[in-house]
Structures are given as structure tokens and as C-alpha cells.
Design a protein around this ligand. Structure first.
Ligand code: MN
Ligand code: MN
Length: 390
């Protein structure tokens, strides 16, 4: 070795050996690497909390609620339904004469879908314009965060609607109600602010009213309701059931109303879907949004795919909600004898979906065949997305 030290010799040997290995493997480096050391078993392994959470909740029977002479409310927030981080829901009923008092929501925009009866709303915008609108079954509203609003049952029949809020942490019972504020402000200050004599203020509510009982709201529209504005072009109202554009499928239909059709609905997209008995809504996912579903009627079964071999199936029916996280694969089966009717929210104003069938059809048929051990003809015969619900 002459003047070369043992250490230098080892280094030189190691380097030359490595060089030989790299040169020898060349095109086949991965298989050599596999032979040298097996890849870690932790590759792509699921996080410690591998179980998929429950994603169905019986909102109609929620223990979180409110009941009074004017009506009732039952809610599903992250308290009751932890998976639903981005959307909270409420089922509200107002009796004839019932009203949800003037209020606003500091951290969430409010959406609603009318289930029964007639509702009149009045909303004020930060620009100071006001709008009074009337809603019937199948209509939706949207009030952006912070806009002051009130709701009234119209006529002699009760009304019911499902509310959706674009924040799961929001609670309908922690909102900013006008009687709550006024009843916690010194009466002399309220007298100054309102111009009412102090003597009148003794009879004001001592705490938040929430849902009040008043005179039955007349069927005849008040003077500030503008009959010249077509319903679906009024700022806060869209007739989802009537004016939503229908995509018909063999086993049902879908109507999507995003911010494109209903510009003020700037944090959500609405969807109405019917799935006929025995039909399925095909395997698909939504790249840009969580999906929150409310069951109007019927019986169904939802299965989600959460990667790492994790799948979970849950049944639902009338009055229940389901929540599917952004990007999770899913499909819905109608398991009952009647039409499964759903109203759905996505927490994005832009609607996106990808279906398994579209995806398979977009790839070379031979590649698809090689994935599943199919013949080329079998791979080419995979259903097209046009089937949708079948
Ligand atoms: Mn509200
Ligand atoms: Mn979906």
C-alpha cells in the first residue's frame, strides 16, 4: 500500500464499489435497491387514528334543541356531529304566528331549504338595502355572514325548513339576537337610542326571545316585498326545486345551484338529488369541497372510501344528515321502497366532481385491463359517466 493509509484505502475501495454498483444497476436501479433492503412497511401507512369517524347523525332527534310556543329547533354542530367541521345544520319549525327574531351570525353565512309551508324573510345588507322575500317548498335562501335577518311563518299552516351554516363550529344558539342585546343594555340608553319613552321599556323582554309567537303573518305580501323581481333573481332567493337545471338519469336526477346561478351563495353550492328505489349514485368524489347531505325522505346507505383500505358504510333516513370529507370517494344506495330525496351542500361556491367511470374511461383501455386483469374488450365496456344514478 506504500504511503496510502488504511483509512484512505477503505474510502477509495468504498467509492469504487459504489461506482460499480451504480454502473451495474443502471436501468434496473429499483429492483437492485429492493433486493438490497426491503422498503419500510411504514410507507403510505395510515395515521395512528386509522378508524373512519361516524359520518351520519340523526339531526331530527338531536338532543341539542329549543322548544317553545312559537316553534322549535334541533341542531347538528361539531358538538353533536364532530366530523362535520365545515357545515352545521338546524331543522326549524315555526307555528302560525311564530317568528325567529331579528338576529345575525358573526361567524357563518346562513342557507335554508324549505320543507313545508311558507316563510317570509327580511334581510338588511351592509349597503343598507333591504329585501323581503317569500319562500315555498323547494326554495333556498342565503344570507352572508353578519347580515341582519328575521324569519316568519306565513298564514295558518306551520312551516319547516332545514338550515345550513358554512361553519361547523357555529351554534344557532350562540347568535346575535336583538332582544338579547337590548335586554342587556341600560334602559335609559335604549330610550335615548330608540326615541321611545322610558316608561314603555319596562315591558321589553328580559332575555333573548329566540323564537317568538306573534300575530299570524298575513298571506298578503307587505309593501316592501317587490313583486317586480322574479323569484330566482331576487338577491337572497333561488327556487332550487323549480328553477334548478335538471340532469336526468335512469335512476334519478340531480340539480346543482352554485354561485354561477345564485351569486350571493358565495361560500356554498346547493344540490337536490332523487335516487329511485334500487338505484345507486355512482362512485365519485369532490376534489374541492366537503359534502353535507340532509335526507328529506326515504332510506339510503352511504359508503365512503378514506384511503389506506379504510371504507365505512352507514344507513340513514328522513331527518338525518351525512358528511363526506373533501376528496373522499363515496356512493349512495337507495335501500328503501320510496324515492330517496336529498338536499346537499358543498362548502365551495364552485361545483366539482370526478367519477370513477369518467376516470377509467379517460385512461388507455389496455392500462385499465392490466390493473384489473380484464380483457381489452371488457376494459373498453366500462360504463360511461352519463349513467350517473342507475
Ligand atoms: Mn339566522
Ligand atoms: Mn357526492
Amino acid at each position: 500500500m506504500g504511503t496510502t493509509t488504511r483509512r484512505e484505502f477503505l474510502s477509495a475501495t468504498s467509492l469504487s464499489t459504489m461506482g460499480v454498483v451504480i454502473a451495474a444497476t443502471g436501468m434496473n436501479a429499483l429492483s437492485t435497491e429492493t433486493a438490497a433492503a426491503s422498503p419500510s412497511k411504514k410507507f403510505h401507512s395510515a395515521p395512528a387514528q386509522a378508524e373512519l369517524e361516524d359520518f351520519v347523525f340523526d339531526m331530527a332527534n338531536s338532543k341539542a334543541g329549543w322548544l317553545g310556543a312559537g316553534g322549535s329547533a334541533r341542531e347538528a354542530t361539531v358538538e353533536e356531529f364532530p366530523v362535520s367541521q365545515s357545515i352545521a345544520g338546524v331543522i326549524m319549525r315555526l307555528n302560525p304566528g311564530g317568528f325567529r327574531e331579528l338576529h345575525w351570525h358573526s361567524i357563518a353565512g346562513e342557507w335554508a331549504f324549505i320543507l313545508e309551508g311558507k316563510v317570509r324573510t327580511t334581510v338588511i345588507t351592509p349597503g343598507g338595502t333591504t329585501s323581503t322575500d317569500e319562500f315555498e317548498v323547494g326554495d333556498i335562501w342565503f344570507f352572508p355572514k353578519g347580515y341582519g335577518h328575521s324569519l316568519q311563518c306565513v298564514g295558518n299552516e306551520p312551516c319547516a325548513f332545514v338550515l345550513g351554516f358554512d361553519n361547523g363550529h357555529f351554534s344557532e344558539f350562540g347568535t346575535f339576537s336583538i332582544t338579547d342585546w337590548v335586554s342587556h343594555t341600560p334602559p335609559d340608553l335604549i330610550a335615548r337610542n330608540s326615541g321611545l319613552p322610558l316608561s314603555v321599556l319596562a315591558s321589553l323582554p328580559k332575555k333573548e326571545l329566540y323564537i317568538g309567537k306573534g300575530k299570524i303573518a298575513a298571506e298578503q305580501s307587505p309593501s316592501n316585498l317587490n313583486p317586480a323581481i322574479p323569484a330566482s333573481f331576487s338577491s337572497h332567493k333561488f327556487r332550487l326545486e323549480t328553477d334548478g337545471i335538471k340532469q336526468e338519469f335512469k335512476g334519478g336526477y340531480i340539480k346543482v345551484v352554485s354561485s354561477k346561478e345564485f351569486p350571493i351563495q358565495n361560500t356554498l353550492t346547493s344540490l337536490r338529488m332523487n335516487i329511485e328505489p334500487g338505484a345507486i349514485r355512482e362512485l365519485h368524489w369532490h376534489p374541492n369541497a366537503d359534502e353535507w347531505q340532509y335526507v328529506i325522505s326515504g332510506q339510503g346507505r352511504v359508503t365512503i372510501f378514506g384511503s389506506h383500505g379504510r371504507v365505512k358504510t352507514m344507513d340513514y333516513g328522513k331527518g338525518m344528515v351525512s358528511f363526506i370529507k373533501q376528496g373522499y370517494g363515496h356512493y349512495i344506495e337507495n335501500t328503501g321502497k320510496e324515492t330517496l330525496k336529498l338536499v346537499v351542500l358543498f362548502n365551495s361556491p364552485v361545483y366539482q366532481e370526478l367519477t370513477l367511470n369518467d376516470w377509467l374511461n379517460a385512461n388507455p383501455a389496455q392500462l385499465v385491463a392490466d390493473h384489473f386483469g380484464l380483457t381489452l374488450d371488457q376494459a373498453k365496456s366500462v360504463s360511461k359517466h352519463q349513467t350517473g344514478i342507475f
